[in-house]
Design a protein around this ligand. Structure first.
Ligand code: GDP
Ligand code: MG
Length: 446
């Protein structure tokens, strides 16, 4: 009929059926901004944007999608791949394929969390993998460092090989290896010294330890809070050592995880674990897709905005848009309304249905369940705030956070995370109110 024909003409006229240079340019600028805001190093951002462009241009837009939605799909898929989703589940596993003991060498700057991670790994290997683990410290520069490793090792009930500040790192490593063989340890974890900056001597020393014991795993430990600075450290360690994997620590902090992208860009090695607390049980298997979403931040927001705009509660969406446009502040009440809307639309899986098939495949059912749970918890947190706190979340200081956490039955960290997410959303809303993205999306829809 006439309407569909007209629609078709409009489509071809606007190049709607495909992602093109012109209908992606503005979106890509937004993606670039989101990455820079997540503190991803510029070279990594450039490479990523070029890759997305290459993949996106000419991609057919499924009829139920707008180019905007299709591009978000490409971005999420590519970022997930870059984070390691394509490497498969095996990539995140530690390898033990070495005549026992399997040796794990830790490398990284001072203060990034190497010693803590040795304790976490020892606990994980002992409890989950039923391995007999020995740890040793080759950090001979700070006497306290050896005692610290002894203490964390004792806490997790693994064995500790004593060393002294007078010993040479290579000798320490060899002596520990000898001991481990004699006492039938299956894994030997070697902790090393870090410096505050990249240091030639340190690199030589750790390379010598590597040469002497030939570890099966050489893990580069990097602090997520380093942001784009992670790129230089990663380059130095990657040049000096044949790394086999990365541990990204302090992901419980405020960082958006830009370091992850930079480190993957430089090393190409899988990120195997994430450190998520100071405690020795604060180690998780790294989840590439989750990290991609965290870095991008805007992915799910775009989907929400699009959906909100399209059908469901158009009136509420219009009110929200009007509020944002008139300079009104997007507050926690609006945030909750958005989450509620999302639920109405069939939750996360409902949204997922609208994304390209490749992306649907990439997201497993388990992840969706988790995401839904997350949303429920977020609503729980917002519910235990007072109306004033919802209107002015910036008022929420430590004591209030504790009260809210207790009310919602979650950890304070989760409240922090939620407030961060909200802040990101608020920033995004501010940008949208300028008319940029929202206007563009509307025009693309035709
Ligand atoms: P190293 O110098 O590389 O051996 O670093 P340490 O293991 O001594 O850790 C330095 C600081 O970072 C300590 O205060 C640790 O408790 C803290 N830390 C290590 N990993 C994490 C983590 O995943 N999350 C948080 N919040 N703190 C961490
Ligand atoms: Mg240490």
């Amino acid at each position: 009929n006439l309407t569909t024909r007209l629609a078709k003409v409009v489509k071809t006229m606007r190049g709607e059926a495909r992602l093109t240079e012109s209908n992606t340019a503005e979106m890509l600028r937004e993606v670039r901004m989101a990455l820079l805001e997540a503190d991803v190093a510029l070279p990594a951002v450039r490479e990523f944007i070029a890759k997305v462009k290459e993949k996106a241009l000419g991609e057919e837009v499924i009829s139920s999608l707008t180019p905007g939605q299709a591009l978000v799909g490409v971005v999420q898929r590519e970022l997930g791949a870059l984070m390691g989703a394509d490497l498969g589940a095996d990539a995140s596993q530690l390898s033990f394929a070495q005549q026992p003991p399997a040796i794990i060498l830790m490398a990284g700057l001072q203060g990034v969390g190497k010693t803590t991670t040795v304790g976490k790994l020892a606990k994980y290997l002992k409890e989950q993998k039923k391995k007999k683990v020995l740890t040793v410290s080759a950090d001979v520069y700070r006497p306290a460092a050896i005692a610290q490793l002894q203490s964390v090792t004792a806490q997790v009930g693994a064995d500790f090989f004593p060393s002294t500040a007078q010993d040479k790192p290579v000798d320490i490593a060899l002596a520990a290896l000898d001991w481990a063989k004699k006492h039938h340890h299956e894994v030997l974890i070697i902790d090393t010294a870090g410096r505050l900056g990249i240091d030639e001597e340190m690199m030589k020393e750790i390379a010598a330890v590597h040469g002497a014991v030939k570890p099966i795993e050489t893990l580069f430990v990097v602090d997520a809070m380093l942001g784009q600075d992670a790129i230089n450290t990663a380059k130095a360690f990657n040049d000096a050592l044949p790394l086999t994997g990365v541990v990204l620590t302090k992901l419980d902090g405020d960082s958006r995880g830009g370091a992850a992208l930079s480190v993957r860009h430089i090393t190409g090695k899988p990120i195997k674990f994430a450190g998520v607390s100071e405690k020795l049980d604060g180690l998780e298997a790294f989840d590439p897709q989750r990290m991609a979403n965290r870095i991008l931040g805007m992915g799910d927001i775009l989907a929400l905005v699009e959906e909100a705009q399209k059908n469901v509660d158009t009136k509420a969406a219009a009110e929200l848009a009007a509020k944002v446009k008139s300079g009104g502040k997007f507050d926690m009440n609006d945030f909750k309304a958005q989450l509620a809307q999302m639920k109405k639309m069939g939750g996360m899986s409902g949204l997922l249905d609208k994304l390209p098939a490749q992306f649907q495949q990439a997201a497993s059912g388990a992840n969706m369940d988790q995401a839904e749970k997350q949303v429920r918890r977020m609503v729980g947190i917002i519910d235990s705030m007072t109306p004033q706190e919802r209107a002015k979340p910036e008022l929420i200081k430590a004591a209030r956070k504790r009260r809210i956490a207790a009310g919602a039955g979650v950890q304070v960290q989760e409240v922090n995370r939620m407030l961060n997410q909200f802040e990101q959303m608020q920033t995004m809303m501010k940008k949208l109110s300028g008319g940029g993205l929202m206007k563009m999306m509307r025009s693309m829809k035709g």
